[in-house]
Write a protein that binds this ligand. Sequence first.
Ligand code: GTP
Ligand code: K
Ligand code: MG
Length: 353
Amino acid sequence: MGVLQKIEDIESKTLTLPVAKYRAQLLEPEKKGPKGEGFDVMKSGDARVCLIGFPSVGKSTLLSKTTKTESVVGAYEFTTLTAIPGVLEYEGARIQLLDLPGIVQDAAKGRGRGRQVVAVAKTADLILIMIDATKSDEQKAMLDAELEAVGIRLNTSPPDVVFKQKTAGGITINNTVKLTKTDERTIRSILQTYRIHNCDVMIREDVTTDEFIDVLLGTRKYIPSLTVINKIDGVSMETLDRMARAGDGRTVMISCELDLGLDWLLEAIWKIADTYLRVYTKKRGEQPDLGDPICLRAGATIETVCHGIHRSLASHFKYALVWGKSSKFNPQPQKVGLTHLVQDEDVVSIFTK
Ligand SMILES: Nc1nc2c(ncn2[C@@H]2O[C@H](COP(=O)(O)OP(=O)(O)OP(=O)(O)O)[C@@H](O)[C@H]2O)c(=O)[nH]1
Ligand SMILES: [K+]
Ligand SMILES: [Mg+2]
């Protein structure tokens, strides 16, 4: 091969080697270390919203537009290589908006840094599924499938089944509704398979066998989602109309570029966040910090509050004092344990061992 031809050869290769491919390699999970751990971003006490989508749909553009954080925007794929947190503020409450790397198909199986991304999505209180209006209609179904593959159930509540393991007494199964999709024998044999010999099971919903297993293993996460269709500036009115009709009532159409629909989107996020409770923390002998609530979902307990303050707090927990609606001595405080349900505007002091 002559020198000129070699140069030509190299040049043609350089031109055809997509930069995106190399950037994608940067996202490969590291060989050593635990897999699927997610990025190490502290979940601040407030609600977390995760941005999930294929590369270059405009996730970072949205973060940069709606929060004070600048996340690098690029016309090339895999611009974002890690998790970038920003903060949405509203009436003293805050929501953490988390920009994440784009995922590729089969992310859940470990392609790219996808496994880490979906692991972070599991910690979200709300997932924004972001779609590029100018690209294929299949994006939504593909993203749903990736989230499903890691055990995320979108927009459904957990099955109404209460499972309590005991140390003795055998198995008791009670159901308040007729079971048409599974039966007691099946449930007993499943319990046996998992070597559970003593427990109380209370079934208050006509569950399937799979749903029962979900409860038993506790591996599923039930997370609400909103579909965000970005770049609507790039499609025809016809296409827009078709996408609007195909939407499921949980769809918001925006253009980050033209500032279209962003207010609606923020409103929709806060509407979902409306089911959040604000809890204030107070150190012994100090006034509660009323300007800095922890925002929690309905059904939150003192344990959830602990997690909101610090990851390891619950393991050192001794007791808590709670003032407000959830204290049965209101306006006096009540001494409570980890399972106590908090209510909106409660003030909580945590005491550790
Ligand atoms: N036409 C149009 N372009 C947009 C819009 N929003 C973002 N873009 C462009 O889309 C490209 C990708 O934007 P990014 O915000 O980097 O996308 P990303 O989803 O964060 O991409 P990765 O981090 O690579 O996954 C950039 O060139 C943006 O300027 C929009 O509403 N309309
Ligand atoms: K990009
Ligand atoms: Mg990005």
